[in-house]
Design a protein around this ligand. Structure first.
Ligand code: GLU
Length: 420
């Protein structure tokens, strides 16, 4: 039987595994297997040529026991409700593991931003907010960027929400440009948070980053910045890819050359003087650290046997399936889970929301120090929980360890609030 790649079924299966090991209360398990609320919308948008197109959009509140829903909005041609539900579940675990006062949510619109101009993107962003203004808000659901959305889109969305509210509400959305009260340090915070985990994990696995080779799948907000930051740790990035394919150089790649090629042709595959590889080949390279930083379901039962990296660091959401999890675990390749590794983005989003709420703004240095503190503490929590189970003769993965911590916090909040 082929592997089930429905992201929401995957999120449920991951929860089920943790629930069994931690003996989660049955009602808590039942509540946490499904989102609390799901909104589905048809959004008419005026296009540049005068026509009207109708886009399908979603927003999911997965769980709000620990605070307002929190999570990004994706614009993607292959978006669907099951992916949004899974991403909203993962946001719940991400905020809980980081121990920030939010629940989990996520949104998405089925659209191809590469085929849209700025006028159409702005109209779509505003239509999305008009569709859900009663469903979001600084104390209800705080949105943010994700795949193919960016700070400009956040600014339009904040503006549309504020117009409907009749006053400015900067705290309705995070990841805004700093000129409209985004936070310093938000733009590269996902990658930076991931690099703090890379540093800690490398220490634990005894990988010397000064001689390490790294492969990164994805050249977006997470993968692109991770490239630069990994180099600062002394590591050599030998391969990177975007949706058009990847490039490889055993002596290490030059970030500026890649950026130029991307600017000129829109694709990494236009770079000269390097070996071209496919996204699949990138995953199977003989490197020290593999960082999937693109989309979900990249390491599956189909290729987990061929992964040669000494460790995997999930900077994307959901890149490793449960089938692949089992194979990597058996092969003793440590895999640090998405909602630990990529939590830097939402942690700085939280800082942004705090600053918007207090109207008191921090320096970049303040942000980075606080981010590092939370990332290192979360990493330690996950390592300690895994060790506690090992001491009790139960061997669990880093993912399951992180789930146990995150789910326990949400379940306790639900119990104390009298939800079950
Ligand atoms: N989209 C990012 C994530 O998946 C950030 C979410 C946020 O800042 O709310 O973690």
């Amino acid at each position: 039987m082929s592997e089930n790649l429905n992201p929401f079924n995957i999120a449920q299966e991951q929860l089920d595994i943790a629930a069994e090991i931690m003996n989660l209360d049955e009602p808590a398990h039942a509540i946490l297997r499904e989102p609390m609320q799901t909104l589905s919308m048809n959004l008419p948008v005026k296009m540049r040529d005068g026509s009207t197109e109708v886009f399908e959009g979603f927003r999911v509140h997965y769980n709000t026991a620990r605070g307002p829903a929190k999570g990004g909005i994706r614009f993607h041609p292959k978006e669907d409700i099951n992916t949004v539900k899974a991403l909203a579940a993962w946001m719940t675990w991400k905020c809980s593991l980081a121990n920030i006062p939010f629940g989990g949510g996520k949104g998405g619109v089925i659209c191809d931003t590469k085929k849209m101009n700025e006028y159409e993107l702005e109209n779509l962003s505003r239509a999305y907010i008009r569709g859900l203004h009663g469903f979001v808000g600084p104390k209800v659901d705080v949105m943010a960027p994700d795949v193919y959305t960016n700070p400009q889109i956040m600014a339009w969305m904040m503006d549309e929400y504020s117009k409907i509210a009749g006053h400015d509400e900067f705290g309705v959305i995070t990841g805004k440009p700093v000129e409209v009260w985004g936070s310093e340090g938000r733009f590269d915070s996902t990658a930076l948070g991931g690099m703090y985990i890379l540093r800690e994990a490398a220490k634990l696995q005894k990988i010397d980053l000064k001689t390490a080779k790294i492969a990164i799948q994805g050249f977006g907000n997470a993968g692109g910045f991770a490239f630069e930051l990994a180099k600062k740790l002394g590591a050599k990035v030998v391969a990177i890819s975007d949706s058009s394919g990847g490039v490889y150089s055993d002596s290490g790649l030059d970030y500026n050359k890649l950026l130029d090629a991307k600017k000129q042709s829109g694709e990494l595959s236009g770079v000269k003087g390097v070996t071209k590889i496919s996204n699949e080949e990138l995953l199977e390279l003989d490197v020290d650290v593999l960082i999937p930083a693109a989309l979900e379901n990249q390491i599956t039962e189909g290729n987990a046997d061929r992964i040669k990296a000494k460790m995997v660091l999930e900077l994307a959401n959901g890149p490793v399936t449960p089938g692949a999890d089992r194979i990597l675990f058996e092969r003793k390749i440590p895999d640090y889970p998405d909602f630990l590794v990529n939590s830097g983005g939402v942690i700085v989003s939280y800082f942004e929301w705090v600053q918007n709420t207090q109207n008191w703004y921090w320096t970049e240095d303040d942000v980075y120090k606080k981010l590092e503190g939370i990332m290192v503490r979360s990493f330690k929590d996950v390592v300690d929980m895994k060790k506690r189970y090992a001491d009790a003769k139960k061997s669990i993965s880093y993912r399951t360890s992180a789930y146990i911590i995150a789910v326990d916090r949400v379940a306790k909040a639900m119990k104390l609030r009298g939800w079950y």
